[in-house]
Design a protein around this ligand. Structure first.
Ligand code: ADP
Ligand code: ASP
Ligand code: MG
Length: 448
């Protein structure tokens, strides 16, 4: 039972019948014991959130969406299962759908939708996808079991963004889950969901199935965690923005952290760290091109060779420029501004200062900007909206040629802010216009 791997498949990997059959082929080609973590089918979590919200005012619309979700899963069953198992699978889907409908009616009646209720509502996305996939495995005589992650991923009660209780999880997984591998070689589990100490359903935050995979991998002492998605690993840019983006063979956890913080949502940021620290290799692989080697994520053993790896972008970011009062201590003024923002839970994306200026970047709505300018009437405060472009690489400040290539690519653009070499990995640029073009130009430097 030594060699256990965790394989996580995201929403697009289980989107429909043909994607699920790809997943089937991938997992059955690996001969070791595996725990397979699945997301909800692509788009279903969004639909469930929509349905839950509609339950309050427009129950008919909510039921319509729930029916759409039902049809989607039933269609996959119709296309993949022919034996009498089909009826069993359809019946299970009906049971879940009935529960969602009843819950939607409950929300309507109570006229209340709390974060706790929302977590329960959206948990059905993963419950439905894993049920369908489990029956596909049974249909093909795979020795598999379907478990309920609510019984193992024990979290605190921070609904919507619950945090795992690693010690309880480890105990449960070691004592109750691992022995299942004596009977089955494949365990299917829902990503994203868990429960608190009182048994109430929780979720780990959007995109949280990566987190589930990492938690299961850690608790099982897995030899590898595979994150299967719809692209061939972590790329030099979001392939939806830069078509020519190339796969990065190896990345460090800090590179991933910077990339995801600044918009590249290929992996959930904090989620994979515990597994990496435990020395478990994590691979990012493509469900639709499984023979490609993808990206392997490692701890921070950076070589020092300067290199630009990847670009990401965070859109609709506000740059706030405070023109400080030169008669007063600038550090105290900055501390005061930071305190103001922290007390209001405003996440600061980056900042820099001089004796007369303090510049920071944050995601702010108009109301928040107005409140800030109304509070700091002593200063001139300038707010500009744009895109924060993030370059992740290695020691780029050490390579003058690379720096000059980068500067050359952007010399004809109006760039509002540049900070090269914030740390070993990160540089930031802020642009108001032509962001896509700027990204494409900078990307041309990668690998050149
Ligand atoms: P999953 O549903 O499998 O969890 P996600 O949608 O969460 O997949 O993440 C994969 C997506 O991340 C890709 O389809 C891609 O568009 C996007 N993405 C953004 N930046 C990058 C990047 N640098 N490398 C790879 N994918 C990226
Ligand atoms: N289904 C969840 C979401 O859409 C979790 C995940 O896909 O990782 O956020
Ligand atoms: Mg994801």
């Amino acid at each position: 039972m030594d060699n256990i791997i965790v394989m996580k498949f995201g929403g697009s990997s289980v989107a429909n019948a043909s994607a699920m059959l790809n997943v089937f082929n991938i997992i059955t080609s690996q001969k070791c014991n595996k725990l397979v973590v699945l997301s909800a089918c692509k788009g279903v979590t969004d639909l469930l959130i929509e349905a839950a919200n509609f339950s309050l005012q427009n129950i008919t619309k909510s039921i319509e969406i729930i029916n759409e979700i039902s049809e989607h899963h039933k269609k996959i069953i119709e296309n993949t299962i022919n034996s009498e198992l089909k009826w069993k699978a359809l019946e299970k889907i009906d049971v879940y759908i009935r529960q969602i409908r009843e819950f939607s009616e409950g929300i309507h009646l109570l006229q209340e939708l709390t974060a706790k209720m929302m977590d329960f509502f959206v948990s059905f996305g993963e419950k439905l996808s894993t049920t369908v996939f489990y029956y596909i495995l049974l249909e093909n005589k795979i020795n598999a079991v379907l478990i309920n992650s609510e019984n193992y991923i024990i979290t605190n009660s921070k609904f919507g963004e619950a945090e795992p209780n690693y010690s309880i999880i480890k105990l449960k997984v070691q004592n109750e889950l691992k022995p299942e591998f004596d009977k089955y070689d494949t365990i299917i589990a829902q990503g994203f969901i868990g429960s608190d100490l009182e048994g109430r359903t929780t979720t780990l935050g959007r995109g949280g199935s990566d987190f589930s995979a990492s938690i299961y991998g850690l608790a099982l002492g897995a030899s590898e965690i595979q994150i299967w998605t719809d692209v061939s690993g972590v790329k030099s840019a979001d392939p939806r923005i830069v078509e020519q983006a190339i796969t990065i063979d190896e990345m460090t956890i800090d590179d991933i952290r910077e990339l995801s913080f600044y918009g590249a949502k290929v992996l959930h940021p904090d989620t994979i760290k515990p597994a990496i620290e435990a020395g478990i290799p994590i691979k990012v692989l493509n469900t639709f091109s499984p023979s490609e080697q993808g990206t392997i994520i490692k701890e921070n053993n950076q070589g020092s060779e300067p290199k630009l790896h990847s670009i990401s972008v965070l859109s609709e970011v506000t740059k706030l420029h405070f023109y400080l009062d030169t008669k007063r201590n600038s550090s105290l003024q900055i501390v005061d501004i930071l305190n103001y923002l922290i007390r209001r839970n405003i996440k600061i994306l980056s900042s820099s200062q001089s004796e007369t200026s303090f510049v920071l970047f944050a995601k702010l709505d108009n109301q928040q900007i107005n409140n800030i300018t109304a509070t700091y009437t002593d200063y001139q405060v300038e707010a500009v909206e744009g895109d924060l472009i993030c370059l992740v690489g290695n020691n780029i400040l050490l390579d003058k040629e690379l720096l000059s290539k980068l500067t050359k690519q952007i010399e004809n653009y109006q760039i509002d802010y540049i900070q090269f070499g914030i740390n070993k990995q990160l540089s930031l640029l802020f642009s108001k216009d032509n962001t896509r073009e700027i990204i494409e130009r900078i990307h041309s430097v990668i690998g050149s």
